[in-house]
Unconditional design. Structure first.
Length: 914
């Protein structure tokens, strides 16, 4: 019920829980107005009908009931109750603006300031002629309200004169006299205001105008009050003299020693200083230099504010509690030497008094370190320029007052280095520019952090900057270095702690557990898993953190967290760390599995236990969405795996590597495969899992091969082979030998390739099914010049692919199609060696078609390269050139440096102009 607000002082306006609602029809609107005018008293049905339906005939009780029913649907079922043979509007006192208006005017006592504040607060409720557009007969009520407003305007003018604001009130009174020429009180007040402004002749002229108007309109003379004031003006009575002028405050703290950069932000503040708009929000993360920027600008702009400069630290983020809004109001009133309001005055009265005190002063108000919009809104007034600094974005100010938001980001690198030089010494920085650049990057290019480190550097004149860089490289050590002993308000850890303390407990927990995440960008669903909350709650917490600049909302439902903030969060995590990281790893495992099932449906599924409580992996709508997510999470998955390895979650590392292999191979990222497999092999070794170690070493060898690192590839493959043999795992040994054959073939040793393939086939229980070994054997034989043998081997490979497809199932059929396409590509090269370019071209084109269908980028490029060779042999150099360029296009988005270099050599030899 307290959520309903009804405004009748102007057009009818109704809000429910802050939202404007439409009243359905003119009759229900009129019924609501009549009930609201009755101030909570019941209105009989007959009286209601008389005021709303007036002269209409018939029994209109039913019509009244229908209108009430329609009102209840909008306002709520208990907003209008049946009582005493009629209806009563059952809303709390103050829900109707007329009630608030009269209550403010009837409140007695208090200082002139407090009384003026109450009256002006009442006048702010007046939006126009009462009941505008409402079809209701209420002349007595409307007349009473008009008179109350005019009396309020008179009282407000009297109090403003009493407070010495005659210049402000003179113009307002002139307009009121023109609108109400027969109302003597407005004229007498105008006479007093003009006299106090030194405009004696105009004051006397106002009296003469009043006398003429009264004589012409009513045939009477001005009353005794007007005649007495006229005589006082003629006699220059000292009793009419004005009060002392306003005090001119000058409260700005000292400016910062030097401000580095920030030219664009200073320009934005200069625009606000010119009054376009009149409110600015300087916002940004802790330590970014909000106060320094504001004070530097404010000191330079002092001449532009003849009314003075007020400064108030609201302590929104700092030790202790934020300053209460009403304490801030009192402090500002005291600074303006305006009497304090009555101790029992309501908050809106105190705020209205402050607005009155600020009106027309053309002063600068700096509200530093604000907590939120609610703390600031009651402190704003017209006629002054206000600059608010806050870690919060203060969206309420932009929506309600069109405030200009000046967002401070970390300094650009050159400016950050300049700042470091100004504190640590220019010679130190100039002597080690690379180290200086590293220092400011470790400091996040935050002015506070940079200045803190600069001070430490200055205190160690003999220590090279490179040593500080090494110390800063550890995140936790970095926080230690960014704390300033003996100065608790300036240490970075303390500064972050203030922001942390401002968060609700559940958001504090969310931030702490974000410390378990090792990457600077976090998927909100992953954050939910790490923190053990729902995604909806994670989204809300992310908004809170973003509002305090502890994090940044990024596109794609992601959250950016600065490494200093993550280090601080991780420091707070304590015993929660292990559980949070375990949930995080589990979430990534299941989400990667879901993505790769769409990206590589022919890949081997990795068995996973069901996700635990609070772990809700993503569900993808299709392949494109899964691919976008994997692209965005590439570096994060690597960081998750590295963290898991450090935490001793060795099995989890291996699972992540197994799962992510398909995506990385699809995207052509052998460098990342190499890093992931090295980590997985190391973890398996640490866990004593030799089977897993061999498997990861085998894949690691292929990653080295794709990077053109043949020696490393052979070394890793040989290590895997040794483990397979020690374990007696013939199937794994055959697979490793097949990969070693591929390495040998690519390295230009086809004989070794042939040997490895034959050994692999000998280990298989059904060699006729050894497709990969037969395919590699055919390639090795072809490269060794054994063309007929190669043709026989490739036919065996094609037969093995067919056998695989005959096993049954859609997935195996797709696998078989891919196998056949790879073998057709191999056979195309054999046909070229045999001098049959047309047959070769047919094989390459078929392989290319299947590759495109299956999304096999590597086969797609290789088939295009082969087709280019066939075209070149046919003498169609132009077409060959075009085809090879298509292969380069395929390689453009993948990490295939060795293949690209080889293709360009081929193009240079065969098509010099390419």
């Amino acid at each position: 019920m307290g959520d309903i607000a009804i405004s009748l002082l102007g057009p009818l306006e109704v809000r429910v829980r802050g939202d404007l609602v439409a009243i359905p029809g003119s009759r229900p609107a009129a019924v609501l107005a009549v009930l609201a005018l009755s101030a909570g008293r019941p209105v009989g049905v007959d009286a209601l009908v008389e005021q709303v339906w007036r002269e209409q005939l018939g029994d209109l009780r039913n019509a009244a009931a229908v209108s009430v029913s329609r009102l209840r649907k909008v306002l709520g079922g208990d907003a209008v109750v049946a009582e005493g043979g009629g209806y009563r509007l059952a809303v709390p006192q103050g829900s109707v603006d007329i009630d608030r208006f009269t209550a403010l005017l009837e409140t007695a006592g208090g200082s002139a300031d407090a009384r003026l504040a109450r009256i002006e607060a009442a006048l702010e409720l007046w939006r126009g002629e009462p009941l505008t557009g409402v079809a209701v007969e209420a002349p007595a009520d409307v007349g009473r309200l008009r008179e109350l407003r005019l009396r309020a305007l008179e009282l407000a003018a009297e109090l403003r004169l009493e407070l010495g604001r005659h210049e402000d009130v003179a113009a307002d009174l002139a307009a009121l006299v023109a609108a109400y020429p027969l109302r003597e009180r407005f004229t007498t007040l105008l006479m007093a205001a003009r006299y106090r402004c030194g405009r004696q002749a105009e004051a006397l002229g106002a009296f003469e105008q009043l006398r003429t108007t009264l004589a012409d309109e009513l045939g009477v003379d001005p009353g005794p009050a007007a005649r007495r004031l006229h005589q006082q003006i003629l006699e220059a009575d000292p009793a009419l003299d004005a009060r002392a002028p306003h005090v001119r405050p000058a409260q700005l703290p000292p400016p910062p020693p030097a401000l580095v950069g920030r030219e664009a932000e200073l320009a934005a503040l200069r625009e606000v200083g010119a009054g376009t708009p009149s409110i600015a929000i300087v916002t940004g993360p802790a330590g970014v230099g909000k106060t320094a920027l504001t004070l530097a600008w404010a000191h330079a702009a002092r001449p532009e504010f003849p009314g003075g400069q007020l400064h108030l630290d609201l302590n929104g983020f700092g030790p202790g509690e934020p300053m209460a809004t009403q304490d801030a109001v009192t402090a500002l009133l005291q600074s303006l030497q305006v009497g304090e309001p009555d101790p029992g005055a309501p908050p809106e009265t105190r705020s209205a008094l402050l607005r009155t005190a600020l009106a027309g002063r053309h002063l600068l108000l700096v509200l530093d370190n604000a907590r939120d919009s609610a703390q600031v809104l009651p402190l704003l007034g017209d006629g002054c320029v206000t600059v608010v600094t806050s870690r919060n974005r203060l969206s309420g100010l932009t929506t309600r007052h069109a405030a200009r938001r000046v967002v401070l980001e970390p300094l650009p690198a050159p400016d950050a280095v300049r700042l470091l030089a100004s504190v640590a010494g220019p010679d130190r920085v100039a002597a080690e520019p690379a180290a200086a650049a590293a220092v400011v990057e470790w400091c996040g290019r935050l002015p506070l952090a940079t200045a803190i480190v600069g001070e430490r550097i200055a205190r160690g004149p003999g220590v090279p900057l490179a040593e500080f860089t090494a110390e800063l490289a550890g995140e936790q050590r970095r926080l230690d270095l960014l704390d300033v002993g003996g100065e608790p308000a300036t240490g970075m850890r303390v500064v972050l702690g203030w922001s942390y303390a401002a968060l609700p407990p559940e958001t504090q927990s969310f931030l702490r557990r974000l410390g378990a995440h090792p990457a600077p960008e976090i998927d909100l669903a992953a954050a939910a898993a790490a923190t053990g909350v729902t995604v909806a709650r994670a989204r809300a917490a992310a908004d809170e953190l973003s509002g305090l600049h502890l994090a940044r909302r990024l596109p794609g439902h992601r959250l950016g967290v600065h490494d200093l903030v993550r280090a601080y969060a991780d420091e707070l995590l304590g015993t929660e760390r292990a559980a949070a990281r375990a949930r995080l790893v589990e979430w990534y495992q299941h989400t990667i599995a879901a993505a790769c099932a769409l990206l590589d449906p022919r890949g081997r599924p990795v068995p996973l236990p069901p996700p635990g409580d609070g772990v809700s992996p993503l569900v993808f709508t299709g392949r494109a969405e899964a691919l976008r997510w994997c692209d965005a999470e590439r570096t994060t998955v690597a960081a998750i795996a590295a963290t898991a390895a450090r935490d001793g979650q060795h099995e989890a590392v291996g699972t992540l590597a197994e799962l992510y292999w398909g995506y990385l191979d699809l995207r052509g990222r052998p460098g990342e495969v190499r890093a992931m497999c090295e980590l997985a092999a190391s973890s398996a070794r640490a866990a004593g899992d030799r089977v897993a170690e061999a498997r990861h070493l085998n894949r690691l060898g292929i990653a080295h091969l794709l990077l053109g690192e043949f020696a490393a590839a052979e070394e890793r493959g040989s290590a895997a082979l040794a483990l397979d043999r020690a374990l007696g795992d013939h199937a794994a040994e055959a697979e490793t030998l097949t990969n070693l054959a591929r390495i040998a073939i690519t390295a230009g040793r086809p004989a070794d390739g042939i040997s490895s393939c034959r050994r692999a086939l000998a280990l298989l229980p059904e060699p006729e099914r050894g497709w990969r070994a037969w395919n590699n054997l055919a390639t090795a034989q072809q490269n060794a010049g054994h063309t007929e043998a190669a043709l026989d081997s490739i036919e065996r490979a094609l037969h093995a692919a067919d056998l695989h497809g005959e096993t049954g199932g859609h997935q195996l059929t797709l696998d078989a199609a891919g196998m056949r396409a790879y073998s057709q590509d191999t056979r195309g090269h054999i046909h070229l060696r045999l001098g049959a370019p047309e047959a070769a071209l047919a094989d390459f084109r078929h392989a290319h078609h299947v590759a495109v269908e299956l999304g096999e980028w590597r086969l797609e490029a290789e088939a295009l390269i082969g087709a280019g060779h066939a075209l070149h042999v046919q003498g169609r150099a132009e077409r060959a050139h075009e085809t090879w360029h298509k292969a380069l296009d395929v390689y453009a988005d993948v990490e295939a440096h060795a293949a690209i270099a080889e293709l360009r050599r081929t193009m240079a030899e065969c098509c010099p102009r390419a």
